[in-house]
Ligand binder design. Structure first.
Ligand SMILES: Cc1ncc(COP(=O)(O)O)c(C=O)c1O
Length: 400
């Protein structure tokens, strides 16, 4: 019997998450006793702040172990509304908010709620790995606008204007961006907002999950542009800023009819997110931003150390990432060269060769729609990062 007759066409055509695949391979080499440094993961290496853990324990003791309302506990949604006012100067009520099992599910709900087969979604490229597959799963057609290291991996409002077609449903991007660390300025966001303002049936999905990991100036949300506020859905969550990846808590702030539609979908799929987790997350959001800021400061130190080491490698083209915890060098100058007799033709070859030869797990840029690049996560301790830089310098020095 052929498995192809059993599994759906969709899953057979689905791309496996490249970041997860790389982590698996790194684990395998580690199990074989290799000293692998894993810089492929997209999660902070810090523990969840202890006051958040304590709040979860208290919530368990107080009986928050039952089903929750599908869009989220009222208390948590109030905390989110207050956070959006405090940090982003955005006015919502709790009916604008839907809490999900991670921002990934928030984006999936949105795609299911907004996309009809054949609708186009404009995705700023390099993009977060899952955007493409989530859009496709909903029957949508990703339309990628590519930006390169030469323009700081940022898409311009002109390019957005050109990419819009009668089939465009929404625009999807993250700022700060995974994988590039690029951050859109207030003026750049306004430019994009002005373009969208010309089309009252086009929406913007603004993924702001790295909001607190920003190194220069303040985070700006595109939703702050009043003229497109009702066309914008803000996506955010607890994973990155509070080191709460395993808690699986994300949320949207959206116009009421979209929030209602997302809750309708979620109600048939997973229902409300974990009760005690939401209570703890409400405590996190209500606290001063001390913990996210402390983590941000550590990331900044690491970024600067990494950049100064990576700049010593001739041929790597580097941007200055202003947020998140990734560096995204353009490595295309090395394509066509060989290591130990093996030719490196593209970013997949390069990531694989670096893993096998110097035991560093990175993610090939092709996973993010940027085949000239590779993603280096610096969510690892400083000793590991120093050692990784040494090995990368050696590796690139020996490519010929
Ligand atoms: C840009 C971006 N959006 C969303 C997510 C998903 O976050 P969550 O853990 O809340 O599902 C990630 C996680 O890597 C991400 O990088």
């Amino acid at each position: 019997m052929s498995l192809n007759n059993i599994l759906s066409d969709y899953v057979l055509n689905l791309n496996e998450s490249a970041t997860l695949k790389m982590s698996q391979m790194a684990r395998k080499l580690k199990a074989e006793g290799k000293d692998v440094i894993s810089l492929s993961i997209g999660e902070p290496d810090f523990d969840t702040p202890s006051f958040v853990n304590e709040a979860a324990k208290k919530a368990l003791d107080n009986g928050f172990t039952h089903y929750t309302p599908v869009p989220g506990l009222v208390d948590f949604r109030h905390a989110i509304v207050d956070k959006l006012k405090r940090d982003n100067d955005l006015e919502y009520d709790i009916n604008n908010i839907v809490v999900s099992n991670g921002a990934k599910q928030s984006i999936s709900n949105l795609c299911q709620a907004l996309i009809n087969p054949g609708d186009e979604v404009i995705i700023f490229t390099p993009y977060w790995v899952s955007y493409i597959e989530i859009v496709r799963l909903a029957g949508g057609m990703p339309v990628c606008i590519s930006a390169s290291v030469d323009n700081d991996y940022k898409v311009t409002s002109e390019e957005v204007k050109e990419a819009i077609s009668p089939k465009t449903k929404f625009i999807l991007f993250s700022s700060p961006c995974n994988p590039t660390g690029s951050v859109y300025t207030k003026a750049e966001l306004k430019g994009i907002a002005d373009v969208v303002d010309q089309h009252d049936d086009i929406f913007i999905v603004s993924d702001e999950i790295y909001e607190y990991i920003i190194f220069d100036g303040n985070h700006h949300s595109i939703a702050q542009n009043e003229h497109i506020f009702n066309q914008t859905i803000v996506v955010n969550g607890m994973s990155k800023g509070y080191a709460m990846t395993g808690w699986r808590l994300g949320y949207i702030a959206a116009p009421h009819f979209i929030a209602k539609a997302c809750a309708k979908i979620q109600g048939q799929v997973t229902s409300g997110a974990t009760a005690f987790g939401q209570k703890a997350a409400a405590t996190a959001l209500r606290a001063p931003l001390t913990a996210p800021i402390q983590m941000r400061d550590v990331f900044l130190k690491r970024r600067d150390m990494m950049l100064s080491e990576l700049r010593k490698i001739d041929g790597l083209k580097l941007s200055l990432p202003q947020g998140a915890f990734y560096i995204f060098p353009d490595c295309s100058a090395f394509y066509g060269k060989s290591y130990n007799g093996k030719v490196i033709n593209d970013s997949n070859d390069l990531a694989m060769s670096i893993l096998q030869e110097v035991h560093i797990a990175l993610v090939a840029g092709s996973a993010f729609g940027a085949p000239n690049c590779m993603r280096i996560s610096y969510a690892a301790n400083e000793d590991q990062l120093q050692e990784a830089c040494r090995r990368l310098q050696k590796y690139f020095g020996e490519l010929n």
